[in-house]
Design a protein around this ligand. Structure first.
Ligand code: IPE
Ligand code: IPE
Ligand code: MG
Length: 244
């Protein structure tokens, strides 16, 4: 069965989950954190090597101050509460995004969680926080340019667009591109997630709200993925011959 190496998730629907139960939105976010545990465990069981979770977008700062502060608080407590278990389970944690906007305490927690789990190899869990796909391409280009300016003697000779290799400069230069992107909550959009890296991802949209997305729902998404024929621009006949 075809299994993805890298699954990326847009965890959407926490607010609607809470609203349906007459609860404050933060209750939906708190329930959502529990689902992260299930999905991490499922990936370990299925031998999936990379799991990337969209936790907070560059646009989410536009939410009410109280919700933003609740989300920051949950992120900090999840980091503190889960890091030992993640480490024991062989998970390497990475956090991508423009982290400079977070409080110094949260930045320290992130750095120490990343350092603590840096040598783990079973599953790389990437949390995208204050992340935007457009920001990622901009910061990659800045890095690329900085390296060129430092070494180039003739800055006039710009390379062809196809030779501008931004991949090592993107936030996820350490991982293969996602094979499967799952979005919960019913919307069918990317919302500025991994724009460059999802060029050939299979996109799975489900109406299930993130706080209800359990191991069974994850199994259904993986079964759907297993049926996909990935062609990468070739014809179906070509890829079937190679697969034989
Ligand atoms: C996703 O759930 C969590 C974040 C974006 C942080 P939402 O909070 O967007 O939930 P809905 O879309 O309002 O239901
Ligand atoms: C996408 O959800 C971002 C995250 C899951 C972190 P949003 O709820 O912010 O997306 P839009 O605004 O509905 O597109
Ligand atoms: Mg939403």
């Amino acid at each position: 069965m075809q299994e993805p190496q890298h699954v990326a998730m847009i965890m959407d629907g926490n607010g609607r989950w809470a609203k349906a139960r007459f609860l404050p939105r933060v209750a939906g976010h708190a329930r959502g954190v529990r689902r992260v545990r299930d999905v991490v465990e499922c990936c370990i069981e299925r031998n999936i090597r990379f799991l990337t979770l969209f936790a907070f977008s560059t646009e989410n700062w536009k939410r009410p101050e109280e919700e933003v502060s609740d989300l920051m608080g949950l992120f900090a407590s999840a980091l503190e509460g889960e890091i030992n278990k993640l480490w024991r389970n062989g998970v390497r944690l990475r956090v991508i995004g423009d982290l400079g906007r977070f409080s110094p305490r949260l930045q320290t927690l992130i750095a120490s969680a990343e350092a603590r789990t840096a040598a783990n190899e079973r599953l790389t869990l990437t949390v995208a926080a204050n992340y935007g796909g457009q920001w990622d391409i901009q910061q990659a280009f800045r890095g690329w340019l900085r390296d060129r300016l430092a070494t180039a003697e003739d800055i006039q000779s710009l390379p062809d667009p196809g030779d501008i290799d931004l991949r090592p400069y993107l936030s996820m230069g350490y991982a293969p591109d996602p094979d499967l992107v799952i979005r919960t909550g019913g919307e069918q959009r990317i919302s500025n997630f991994l724009l460059w890296q999802t060029a050939y991802a299979e996109l799975y949209f489900t109406d299930t709200l993130w706080p209800d997305f359990d191991g069974r729902a994850m199994g259904q998404a993986l079964a759907w993925f297993a049926q996909r024929e990935r062609r990468f621009g070739q014809t179906g006949q070509q890829v079937r011959i190679v697969a034989c």
